[in-house]
Write a protein that binds this ligand. Structure first.
Ligand code: PMP
Ligand code: GLN
Length: 414
């Protein structure tokens, strides 16, 4: 077998999506909206498929021209620099393929890749498949004075611990802001610490920013690519699935300097070659609309976080009532909660003795209570899994009726 091909059955998404379906559970597990994308992108998609014959044929392999143009214009305005649509942007099959291309293109045998924990689970197998060695550094909760509600902002990187992970073999650092599953939105000062180390050690940064529009309580998403000296060494990854609540369209992108992106293009050419045309057309129209409305109340990038803010409050109060202390996310659409104060007899649910606590808890919650979530230790390396196995992750980009159904279940806890 080729390296990495033996492990597909262990995937947390396959395992828990399946359990959720088998038990017809209320699903706050895998992250996707249970409602439709906004009308303007749906209309754009319909218009694309009912339009000319070109929309049904291949488009430019590295990205449909209208899409790469508006992405370059949009992100150029944000980072305050000229972005070349044809050289600095690559459209991919979701952010997932952008990540895969980045690791395959940039990581060589024996390279070390620093991954901040908790991390979106695919980084680890992708780094390994490329021949790299993942090196983990966890965000750690600093305890407040106990009076405030725990927040994802309390979870921080120790600059010394991070610095200690760099070696002459370090090739890249992977960050994810807003973070999945925690919801942490890195502040400029935190990004500056990472940027300084990347520059000092001449290391690349792969920045997964798929939840970039979703921030709450005045927290602002900052692009590390916009910090001095970082454009040349950063790949910024985004997702139309998250941007326009259309995860099934599987449109994503990587943006960076021409020198880096051309290497990702080589991987894209080998693996996929060309992405679906109509979906790219619709996403382009969506961004064109958002470009004009940016910062106004009509912008979906204002409306979606406003709607999600309410859902976040609703879920947090349900969880609090059930004794599952939530960590308030500053961004994204997930919330982690501490299961420690809920005592359960797992004797019937123990699939293996060494299964982490949160995996058992989630299985129990699905099978006995009909509520699906995701165990947070799935977002940790084997070496740190045991230290972070008391949290479970809830997705809140769901209809209020779905959150109410979850609330009904959680009410039976107290
Ligand atoms: N990165 C993170 C942090 C994610 O949560 C997701 C969601 N699947 C992805 C990447 C992949 O995004 P996409 O659905 O666009 O492939
Ligand atoms: N990003 C979504 C989540 O974290 C979906 C994950 C996936 O489908 N691999 O739930």
């Amino acid at each position: 077998h080729a390296r990495g091909t033996e492990r597909v059955h262990k995937n947390v998404w396959l395992e828990f999506a399946r359990l959720a379906a088998d038990y017809k559970a209320v699903n706050l597990g895998q992250g996707f909206p249970d409602f439709s994308p906004p009308e303007f992108v749906q209309d754009a998609f319909c218009k694309a498929v009912s339009g000319g014959h070109q929309m049904h044929q291949y488009t430019r392999p590295f990205g449909h021209p209208p899409l790469v143009h508006i992405l370059a214009k949009f992100f150029g305005r944000i980072v305050g620099r000229e972005i070349d649509p044809l050289e600095d942007v690559l459209v991919t099959v979701g952010a997932y393929q952008a990540l895969f291309c980045a690791f395959q293109a940039l990581i060589e045998e024996g390279d070390e890749v620093i991954i901040v924990e908790p991390f979106f689970d695919c980084y680890q197998p992708m780094v390994k498949k490329a021949g790299g060695k993942p090196v983990y550094v966890p965000l750690r909760p600093v305890s407040g004075d106990g009076s405030a509600v725990p927040s994802s902002g309390d979870w921080v990187l120790s600059p010394e611990e991070l610095a200690s992970k760099f070696t002459p073999r370090t090739k890249a650092v992977v960050i994810n802001t807003p973070n999945n599953p925690l919801g942490k939105v890195y502040k400029t000062e935190e990004l500056q610490v990472i940027a300084d180390l990347c520059i000092k050690h001449d290391v690349l940064c792969i920045s997964d920013e798929v939840y970039e529009w979703l921030t709450y309580d005045g927290n602002k998403h900052v692009k590390i690519a916009g910090l001095p000296g970082m454009w040349e060494r950063t790949v910024t990854i985004g997702s139309a699935g998250k941007t326009f609540s259309a995860t099934g369209w599987k449109v994503g992108w990587a943006i960076g300097s021409e020198q880096i992106i051309q290497r990702l293009k080589a991987m894209h050419q080998m693996s996929v070659f060309d992405c679906a045309t109509a979906a790219q057309e619709a996403v382009a129209r969506g961004f064109e609309r958002e470009y004009e409305l940016f910062g106004t109340p009509e912008s979906y990038f204002q409306q979606l976080p406003a709607m999600l803010h309410q859902k976040r409050e609703k879920l947090a109060s349900c969880l609090g009532g059930a004794g599952l202390q939530p960590v308030m996310p500053e961004g994204g659409y997930f919330m982690i909660a501490d299961t420690s104060s809920v005592t359960v007899d797992f004797s019937d649910f123990m699939s293996t003795d060494d299964e982490p606590h949160d995996f058992r808890f989630v299985k129990w919650l699905i099978k006995e209570k009909g509520l699906a979530t995701i165990p947070v230790s799935a977002f940790y390396s084997p070496e740190h899994r045991k230290d972070f196995d008391k949290y479970i992750r809830f997705c809140f980009i769901k209809e209020d009726s779905t959150l109410d159904a979850a609330d009904d279940i959680l009410r039976t806890f107290s």
